[in-house]
Write a protein that binds this ligand. Structure first.
Ligand SMILES: *[C@@H]1O[C@H](CO)[C@@H](O)[C@H](O)[C@H]1NC(C)=O
Ligand SMILES: *[C@@H]1O[C@H](CO)[C@@H](O)[C@H](O)[C@H]1NC(C)=O
Ligand SMILES: *[C@@H]1O[C@H](CO)[C@@H](O)[C@H](O)[C@H]1NC(C)=O
Length: 293
């Protein structure tokens, strides 16, 4: 009779261990980084998509530099996102997936290059200006003057301008040398300009297994929209696709290597406006769901 107590407890313990083991071998945690002028609030729908199709997935939306604070310099933001992300990462030795929207995609690119021992399995970039931005948009009207894109470089390509996040990825194809000289963020990240950490950053970035690039022609904010797939304008504003970009052909930050080993997946979806990417279940099903295992 007295033995029944302890053995029941033992059984329960064994069950708990089994359940815990199940979690460890279940879906990897997902870390989400928001875009410009938004924050975790805008990601409740996406979080519910994930937990609906993959119950039990731990989803964390990092709450930093929300809304207007998202306009701060990306160098400053990256430092603090890095701290928050590393904390989450260390709690998940099995690895995590990183899902980043819009400007958040550029921040995540930086994290993946700068964190030497990261354990990101799949990096999903949801309509992010990965090769830069050159275009006015209604979305940024509250903070950015419209119809002035030709002049923005004057504001952006100097020390003061570089204190604004948009300027850190503003890529004016008509002022390429100014971009390379005075943009202190994107040209370093994409190694269009080499620096003493280029090799190290490339090695770190290549630790991911998969890069998923999502975007489409009706986005309305990311300009050119192909920047979400590492395409960008040439000097005559014709779009040059990823594989013909110099940073790809020279493999400056590892993109070509990643692609050669089957690590790049591109998902183009028409009919999706910028703020809809993370709330559209068709997009989620077609481009995101299968990677979150
Ligand atoms: C790519 O390689 C060519 C030839 O080595 C070089 O002239 C050019 O500066 C490189 N470009 C980049 C972006 O690394
Ligand atoms: C890289 O250069 C920066 C300044 O440009 C310097 O502060 C840093 O110490 C250098 N790092 C290495 C590893 O040489
Ligand atoms: C959702 O995405 C599909 C493409 O995947 C698109 O056809 C549709 O218009 C989108 N709906 C909204 C409301 O964005």
């Amino acid at each position: 009779m007295t033995a029944a107590g302890p053995s029941a407890q033992l059984l329960q313990l064994q069950l708990q261990l089994l359940l815990a083991a199940g979690c460890i071998h279940g879906y990897k945690p997902v870390v989400i980084i928001h875009g410009i002028l938004d924050g975790p609030k805008q990601f409740t729908v996406l979080t519910s998509f994930i937990t609906k199709v993959h119950p039990g997935t731990q989803v964390s939306v990092i709450s930093l530099y929300n809304d207007l604070k998202s306009l701060k310099s990306l160098w400053v933001q990256v430092q603090n996102f890095r701290k928050a992300f590393q904390e989450l990462m260390l709690k998940s030795p099995e690895g995590v997936h990183l899902l980043c929207f819009s400007q958040g995609g550029v921040i995540c690119r930086a994290l993946l290059s700068m964190i030497p021992d990261h354990n990101v399995d799949t990096f999903i970039s949801l309509s992010a200006p990965l090769a830069g931005q050159y275009g006015d948009t209604d979305y940024l009207n509250p903070v950015f003057p419209k119809q002035l894109k030709k002049e923005v470089y004057l504001f952006c390509y100097n020390k003061l301008g570089q204190r604004w996040s948009i300027c850190n990825y503003w890529n004016d194809p008509h002022h390429r040398s100014n971009y390379l000289r005075s943009n202190t963020f994107l040209p370093l990240l994409n190694a269009e300009k080499t620096h003493n950490l280029t090799t190290e950053w490339r090695k770190n970035f290549l630790q991911i297994k998969k890069l998923v690039l999502i975007g489409g022609p009706d986005d309305g904010v990311i300009t050119p929209w192909q920047s979400s797939h590492f395409g960008f304008y040439d000097g005559g504003e014709a779009v040059v696709e990823m594989r013909n970009q110099e940073f790809y052909r020279n493999d400056t930050f590892g993109l070509k290597t990643l692609d050669a080993r089957g690590g790049v997946s591109v998902c183009v979806q028409p009919g999706v406006k910028h703020t809809q990417w993370h709330q559209n279940f068709t997009v989620f099903q077609s481009c995101v769901e299968k990677w979150l295992t």
